[in-house]
Design a binder for this molecule. Structure first.
Ligand code: ADP
Ligand code: MG
Length: 253
């Protein structure tokens, strides 16, 4: 039987009278890649921000392995095993790739941010080895000591993914991981997303690019004007007339 990792129940969010989330109910299964798609302004980022504690919802519950995360601080939710890749890379350009990946690993290890001791703590073998292994798994083992700031945009986004993976999250949330990427970089990221299956990790991916969505998603939910209008397999979503009208038949594809 499938196991639910995240259960979103009756979540509403209003911004100055505008209903950004309209009674959202959604269940995310363990080990699956669940894509959330929808036109611009549909409420996708708002939903993600509610899940990770950056925004307070007006009503509802978000149960992560049965525990309500609403009302918790982002760092508490992160400690519970949720990690998020942001829409714009949040990396340390003046540090090497290896050091960048060690920052979140150390923060998790220490329970606080010990940036200035990073270099001396770099001798902490297990953390360093783990960071190297994560960078190898995303194909960056030959760039360990390159400065992060000197990398291409695509590589920066993959580095940020590594910074999430080193936390060994149970649930990884990705907000448009291929936004602004050239096709070659997008394909590299698709391959990566297919490869990362460690520990039955669950992924929620918000994505505009239908090629990416249909390449990686096990399940797709469609958000339109703050409401979930359909959830199903890629085939079901492709053939759903409501979805085609609201989204797929539009200017995106
Ligand atoms: P998406 O990510 O699907 O493009 P968003 O979740 O960013 O959509 O936005 C949903 C709606 O809520 C949009 O109409 C947007 O303008 C509005 N919105 C989002 N964030 C805020 C905010 N902080 N204050 C006011 N309105 C917001
Ligand atoms: Mg968005």
């Amino acid at each position: 039987m499938s196991e639910t990792v995240l259960k979103i129940h009756n979540v509403n969010k209003t911004f100055h009278g505008l209903k950004a989330l309209n009674n959202v109910n959604l269940e995310i299964e363990k080990g699956k890649v669940h894509a959330i798609i929808g036109p611009n302004g549909a409420g996708k980022s708002t939903l993600l921000n509610v899940i990770i504690g950056l925004l307070e919802s007006d009503t509802g519950e978000v149960l992560f392995n049965g525990e309500n995360v609403l009302g918790k601080e982002p760092h508490e939710i992160n400690q519970m095993g949720l990690a998020r890749v942001f829409q714009t890379p949040e990396i340390f350009p003046e540090l090497s790739l290896l050091e960048n990946v060690m920052v979140p690993a150390l923060a998790k290890h220490e329970g606080s941010f010990k940036f200035k001791f990073l270099r001396s703590l770099a001798s902490e073998k297990s953390i360093k080895e783990d960071a190297i292994s994560v960078l190898s798994s995303i194909g960056m083992s030959d760039k360990l000591h390159n400065l992060a700031g000197s990398m291409s945009r695509g590589d920066k986004r993959r580095l940020e993914l590594a910074m999430c993976l080193v936390q060994h999250p149970k649930l990884l949330l990705l907000d448009e991981p291929t936004a602004g990427m050239a096709r070659h970089d997008t394909n590299k990221t698709i391959d990566l997303l297919k490869k990362i299956k460690e520990g039955g990790m669950t992924k929620i991916i918000i994505e505009h690019d239908m090629h990416v969505v249909f390449s990686v998603a096990d399940k797709i939910s469609v958000l339109a004007r703050g409401a979930i209008i359909a959830t199903g397999t890629p085939e079901e979503i492709k053939g759903n007339p409501i979805v085609q009208e609201a989204y797929l038949g539009g200017s995106h594809e």
